[in-house]
Design a protein around this ligand. Structure first.
Ligand code: NAG
Ligand code: NAG
Length: 438
């Protein structure tokens, strides 16, 4: 029974963690589920305790909690309280958790935080307060956490008036680079949409700066107008920090990639929207991205530089879109890609599709699926690779007339790999193919 529970938790942690656990804690589990990483204890509020890479986690997410219960283990490093019903954080709420490094309070109903709520959290580095109902907060609340490096507080209705002055000035200190990014004023009207990080702090207290009252508000571009044009990731999408930072923008009726992508996300789900094209450099901010899901949109154009900066992307899901081919160069930024899902697209088996096949031939470790010709009718239903093979076999040189240099180069390359398949001494390419089949 205990082993089954442990297995379920492991599955929920995702395959990456699973692999880590297998190599790291495999011996522990072999001894009967008492090893560190496999152990799961349950507490009164049905929280789960587990260890990952030597850190203890207490996962109390999605449990309708209205407060921190007594009796929770005190030696934990990470406390996950996302998606509960907490409204107020009283003084010393967390002071027993002296080892806490991260505290996730996002997606609650928090509207009030007492000044000493975070007292004792001297080791805390990450505090997540996004998607709550906070209007005011003073710098004093942050003082007990000298190591705080990541503070998220966007999607709260910040009231940009005098009471917020000390907080805004704190966030704007240059060394506080990752504190309070993306948080915006909800009121007053003339400051709505302004980022706390970037606004002129003097505007918060116009009473103190008489001459600003009349001049400044008019000079400020109206935030909400630009926001409507290009929806903002932090308000449209949900972020989850555990087990991996995920930005979930599924089914939001998005027509474009949202602006202001957080820089530290590892997975992004943009599936089931109405995105039609991917413009240059739309993902550069999300440089740590490993999984990008763009399935079930209407994408029919991908700019050559669309994936610029996605150096670490491992998996790209483009299935169920309107793609006919990839422009030459589209895939060149994806150095570490391992898996491409391409099914349910109207791939057109003509000359333009050759780049994709050429690229796949030179990136033999990439697993791909769904490359089937949709048109022209004579090739409909064929595997795209088979189409390219017949093209090279039947029309070796004459079709090249009139093609560009790039096209010639491409054909030369694919032809070359064609001859490799004739019996002859093993070439390096051939070796790669054998590896892939096994
Ligand atoms: C992408 O999203 C779709 C629909 O939301 C889902 O079915 C699919 O499994 C996702 N792909 C990946 C690689 O996670
Ligand atoms: C494919 O995308 C369309 C919308 O573009 C959606 O209605 C349909 O359910 C998707 N199909 C699958 C298999 O996800």
């Amino acid at each position: 029974m205990r082993v089954i529970t442990a297995l379920l938790i492991l599955l929920a942690l995702g395959s990456a963690e699973l692999r880590k656990t297998r190599s790291g804690g495999g011996r522990g589990r072999g001894r009967g589920g008492r090893g560190r990483s496999g152990t799961v204890k349950r507490y009164a509020a049905e929280c789960k305790e587990y260890s990952e890479a030597g850190d203890k986690y207490l996962d109390c997410q999605d449990r309708q909690l209205t407060a921190v219960a007594t009796g929770w283990p005190e030696d934990i490093s990470h406390l996950l309280l996302a998606r509960n019903k907490i409204q107020v954080l009283r003084d010393n709420t967390f002071s027993q958790f002296r080892n806490l490094k991260s505290l996730d309070l996002q997606q609650n109903d928090i509207s009030m935080i007492e000044e000493g709520a975070f007292a004792g959290l001297t080791k805390l580095t990450t505090l997540l307060l996004q998607h709550n109902r906070l209007q005011v907060l003073t710098e004093d609340v942050l003082i007990p956490m000298p190591r705080l490096r990541h503070l998220r507080m966007y999607d709260n209705p910040w009231k940009c008036r005098c009471e917020l002055d000390s907080l805004v000035r704190h966030l704007q200190v240059p060394s506080h680079r990752n504190l309070g990014n993306y948080a915006k004023c909800a009121e007053p009207a003339n400051l709505r949409g302004q980022k706390l990080k970037k606004m002129k702090a003097d505007l918060l207290c116009p009473e103190l700066q008489e001459d600003n009252v009349l001049k400044e508000p008019e000079e400020i571009p109206q935030g909400p107008i630009t926001a409507k044009k290009h929806p903002d990731a932090t308000t449209t999408c949900r972020t989850y920090m555990f087990p991996k930072p995920l930005l979930d923008c599924r089914s939001q009726d998005l027509k474009n990639i949202p602006a202001d992508l957080p820089s530290d996300i590892v997975k992004m789900d943009l599936s089931k929207n109405s995105i039609k094209q991917l413009r240059p450099k739309e993902f550069v901010a999300a440089k740590d991205l490993k999984l990008l899901n763009l399935s079930s949109n209407n994408i029919d154009r991908i700019d050559t530089a669309a994936f610029a900066g996605l150096l670490y992307l491992r998996e790209l899901d483009l299935s169920n879109n309107s793609l006919h081919y990839f422009q030459y160069g589209v895939l060149e930024d994806l150095y570490f890609i391992k898996k491409l899902s391409l099914g349910d697209n109207p791939w057109t088996c003509d000359y333009n599709i050759h780049y994709l096949i050429y690229w796949l031939k030179h990136h033999t470790s990439v697993e791909y699926s769904g490359l089937v010709c949709n048109s022209p009718p004579e090739f409909s239903g064929w595997l795209v690779e088979d189409y390219v093979k017949t093209y090279n076999a039947e029309c070796p040189k004459d079709i090249l007339l009139g093609q560009t240099d790039t096209a010639q180069e491409l054909t030369a390359e694919t032809e070359e790999s064609e001859t490799e398949q004739l019996p002859q001494p093993l070439s390096t390419h051939k070796k790669f193919e054998i590896t892939r089949l096994s």
